[in-house]
Write a protein that binds this ligand. Structure first.
Ligand SMILES: NC(=O)c1ccc[n+]([C@@H]2O[C@H](COP(=O)([O-])OP(=O)(O)OC[C@H]3O[C@@H](n4cnc5c(N)ncnc54)[C@H](OP(=O)(O)O)[C@@H]3O)[C@@H](O)[C@H]2O)c1
Length: 282
């Protein structure tokens, strides 16, 4: 599968699409009722070719990481996980990373991301801990989520030798917020955008966007989901749709490895510009 190369001083190669895991094994508390089946489904996704999985210590209060760990079975998958807001003090970051590695059954986290910025812990302290994790061989690459370009600048200024390679933000045909200023900054600095809620939790399939997706899907012989995910890839972003439905998993991975025409991207841009107030993500 074709992929992206992101990073300025520090470079990382990533696939064009990944798998999200929010609500796999619980939301903010664990739900163990489907652990085995879910590990089987994530395992099938890896068999299909998903080579990047995004998870977080807070998903199912660790259970999503545990399920992903059970699905890996020694296979080489790029693992992106996240440290929650309540663990951003220096020692807490180091401890949180150990917890994630234990649940995932891995010795190194490929991409360790700050899940949300904090108003309480100085960013300098958190970034020092992130850098220490890289120097100790526990983390390969540092990422953040939900940072605007000013916070990105700040965070990067606290790193001495490492750099931030990705910013994970809400981005879809229904939430084009990153296009205001963040995308330009990230393009200039070659920081990767990982697009969360890339299907706007299924809301892209409705309204004017849904109609435009259906027109482009008919024309290209792809599905609406594939067109909406490929629109993000065309914008240079890496979508991480969540699915536990085998048909959807197959469909979504089929969004990679090709490109919509410029004309179709513009048609979708236009439809997305006519949807009214910005999607709030909830
Ligand atoms: N960093 C952050 O702050 C942050 C915030 C939110 C999310 N995330 C990450 O981003 C990932 C994706 O976001 P999300 O899960 O909230 O939203 P999403 O990927 O936009 O939507 C997921 C929903 O779409 C459905 N779906 C998936 N593929 C489909 C298809 N081909 N056709 C129809 N329905 C489809 C899924 O149901 P089925 O399972 O039935 O397919 C699920 O209900 C998360 O899982 C998480 O890893 C990060």
């Amino acid at each position: 599968m074709d992929g992206f190369e992101f990073g300025g001083r520090i470079k990382v190669k990533l696939p064009e699409i990944g798998l999200g895991t929010w609500k796999i094994g619980g939301s903010f508390t664990p739900d163990h009722s489907m652990d085995e089946q879910l590990a089987g489904i994530v395992g099938r996704a890896i068999d299909m070719g998903y080579s990047l999985i995004d998870t977080a210590e807070v998903y199912g209060s660790g259970n999503a990481e545990q399920i992903v760990g059970n699905a890996l079975k020694g296979r080489n998958v790029f693992i992106a996980t996240k440290v929650w807001q309540s663990n951003l003090k220096y020692d807490d970051v180091l401890r949180a990373a150990e917890g994630s590695m234990r649940r995932l059954g891995i010795k190194t986290v490929d991409l360790y991301q700050i899940h949300w910025p904090s108003d309480h812990v100085p960013l300098r302290e958190t970034m020092r801990a992130m850098e220490k994790l890289v120097w100790d061989g526990k983390v390969k690459f540092i990422g953040v989520c939900n940072f605007d370009e000013h916070l990105l600048d700040d965070a990067r200024s606290y790193l001495s030798r490492e750099d931030i390679v990705t910013d994970q933000v809400s981005y879809s045909l229904l939430d084009r917020g990153p296009e205001d200023t963040l995308l330009d900054y990230c393009r200039k600095e070659n920081i990767g955008i990982i697009a969360y809620e890339p299907l706007a939790r299924k809301k892209v399939f409705g309204g004017m966007i849904g109609q435009a997706l259906s027109t482009v899907a008919k024309k290209t012989g792809k599905t609406e989901a594939q067109v909406s995910l490929n629109w993000l890839i065309c914008k240079g972003a890496l979508p991480i749709p969540k699915s536990t439905d085998i048909r959807h998993l197959k469909e979504n991975i089929g969004a990679a490895g090709w490109r919509l025409s410029e004309d179709d991207v513009m048609k979708l841009d236009k439809a997305a510009g006519e949807t009214g107030p910005e999607y709030s993500g909830k």
